[in-house]
Design a protein around this ligand. Structure first.
Ligand SMILES: C[S@@+](CC[C@H](N)C(=O)[O-])C[C@H]1O[C@@H](n2cnc3c(N)ncnc32)[C@H](O)[C@@H]1O
Length: 355
């Protein structure tokens, strides 16, 4: 059977070198056959195109990433359902996980209570389905506590927590056991970073492992203050700074953002991605933002009229600080966070009432 899929086309001269690198990063889709023409080898890839471009960045002119018509190897499952349907009773098929997070070479999957007897089978299936994956964890709690980390239970593979995740060509070092990171926010990190101009000063009040600062500093000559109360998250960011070629500079600030405002320069923009509590920290944002500066304000909000609801929350809390919204610049729905609830971002400029 034929399958349309991404692949790397390389001349035979460089094929061995490229194959070696792709094998090292477990980037090859082993369920598809290689394609050979008179001049090229075409290698099916399993990682997103942007990750492969980043892995092969030293060989830029030697290969091309595109979509090709590969032949499927016989008897290899194409997805988790196919890998599990013969191992799990039919009445439980609806509970086979439909999504999971791939963070570098680690998969984190949520398993329904009804399926817990099959958790190891699911772990093994995920490991064999994705050659790029070395470890499979199950979510063993919700995201909890101030540092927003969840308990994880090893299901299959190597017991390790550190990995490098590639997001829009940016290498993000993370520790899935000690720091918050969600691969579902990649587009949002990039969207906000795209709006930053050279020479701006940005404060990311709840930076985690620093995806916003890394996205910004990759392409903009800006100064970004990355604040977090979790030392382990900042240690990850320190490692990522070494892994990437950055145009901007990132200053790491460890502590509760409420206690570190004197170490921050006046900000053109303040990012507040702590959606469960950002509204409780608007006093901090007002202390450090320039008049007319821009706020990226994140919340979990009910999915009916979410924009209106966020504006109401923000206006009320800003009023307590004697600030007002000057202009509503954008509203962005990011993802569903719970049934009938979304994670969203309101981008506004704000002014003190006295001006
Ligand atoms: C949702 S997570 C990180 C989000 C991150 N911006 C991202 O996009 O991946 C929120 C972070 O805020 C940090 N945090 C919570 N309360 C804080 C506080 N009062 N001051 C500084 N950091 C805090 C947590 O340690 C956690 O890393």
């Amino acid at each position: 059977m034929k399958q349309h899929s991404s692949g790397v086309r390389v001349t035979y001269k460089f094929a061995e070198t490229i194959l070696k690198i792709l094998r090292k990063y477990k980037a090859i889709n082993l369920s598809l056959e290689l394609i050979r023409d008179s001049e090229h080898l075409i290698i099916p890839i399993i990682l997103p195109n942007e990750n492969v471009l980043s892995i092969l960045e030293n060989y830029q002119s030697k290969f091309e990433v595109s979509t090709f018509n590969f032949i499927q190897k016989e008897n290899t499952p194409k997805n988790l359902f196919e890998a599990l349907e013969n191992e799990i009773p039919t009445e439980l098929h609806d509970y086979i996980p439909k999504s999971y997070d791939m963070i570098g070479d680690i998969v984190v999957v949520e398993i329904h209570d009804e399926m817990l007897d099959y958790k190891d089978t699911i772990g093994k299936a995920l490991l064999s389905l994705f050659p790029s994956i070395n470890t499979v964890y199950r979510k063993a709690s919700a995201v909890i506590g101030k540092i927003r980390v969840r308990k994880l239970e090893l299901l299959a593979g190597e017991e390790k927590c550190e990995t490098v995740h590639v997001e829009h060509t940016i290498k993000i070092f993370t520790d899935v056991c000690k720091a918050y990171f969600s691969p579902r926010l990649g587009h949002e990190h990039n969207r906000v970073a795209d709006k930053v101009k050279n020479k701006e000063t940005i404060v990311d009040l709840f930076t985690g492992v620093g995806p916003f600062p890394l996205h910004i500093a990759k392409n903009k000559d800006a100064i970004i203050y990355a604040v977090d109360i979790n030392k382990a998250a900042l240690s990850c960011l320190e490692k990522s700074i070494d892994l990437n070629k950055l145009k901007g500079s990132i200053a790491l600030i460890y502590g509760d953002c409420r206690n570190v405002t004197e170490s921050l320069l006046e900000a053109d923009k303040v990012i507040m991605n702590l959606p469960s509590e950002a509204h409780e920290y608007l006093d901090v944002a007002c202390q450090i933002i320039k008049p007319g500066g821009i706020l990226y304000f994140y919340q979990f909000v009910p999915d009916d009229n979410p924009e209106e609801k966020m504006i109401q929350i923000l206006e009320k809390k800003l009023k307590e600080q004697k600030y007002s919204i000057k202009e509503i610049i954008s509203f962005q729905k990011i993802r569903e966070s719970a049934p009938r609830e979304i994670h969203a971002c309101l981008e506004v400029s704000i002014l003190p009432d006295s001006t």
